[in-house]
Design a binder for this molecule. Structure first.
Ligand SMILES: [Zn+2]
Length: 140
């Protein structure tokens, strides 16, 4: 099965240690994810690509226990839907990333826990490709 990223320019793939692709403002240093053409803080257009840290801390989370509205959601629905965690992971000195979580069990998710970037299967597209997306999982 061919694996394809859910979108281009969001994370490095294929890669043994995938990284999210953000941008950094050359004028004020603000980091964004996903990339932006101009800085949301100072409006500079001197944005450079920056590979983001692969580890951060869980800042907020919840469990998505029903399919989100489609579009933009393109994943499984109905009987195929499996609840998943969503949240924000704060990458040190960079940015808070809104992300899918590999865990959907509230008992294992704690604010402040260390999280690591992974790339996981999201769905199978009409051509039979396995569509991959990024997520964060607890470390250890
Ligand atoms: Zn700026």
């Amino acid at each position: 099965m061919v694996q394809v990223p859910v979108a281009e320019g969001v994370f490095t793939w294929p890669a043994d240690e995938p990284e999210l692709i953000g941008s950094r403002c050359s004028a004020c240093g603000m980091v964004t994810f996903p990339t932006q053409d101009s800085c949301p803080r100072c409006a500079s257009t001197a944005m450079e690509e920056q590979r983001l840290a692969r580890r951060g801390r869980l800042w907020a989370w919840t469990i998505q226990d029903f399919p989100p509205p489609a579009p933009p959601y393109t994943g499984p629905t109905g009987a195929d839907f499996v609840p998943f965690g969503i949240g924000y992971v704060e990458l040190p000195g960079e940015v808070k990333v809104e992300t899918r979580l590999t865990e959907s069990d509230p008992a294992v998710l704690t604010i402040g826990m260390e999280m690591e970037l992974v790339v996981v299967p999201f769905r199978t597209d009409d051509d039979g490709n396995e569509v991959m997306t990024f997520a964060f999982r607890p470390v250890g």
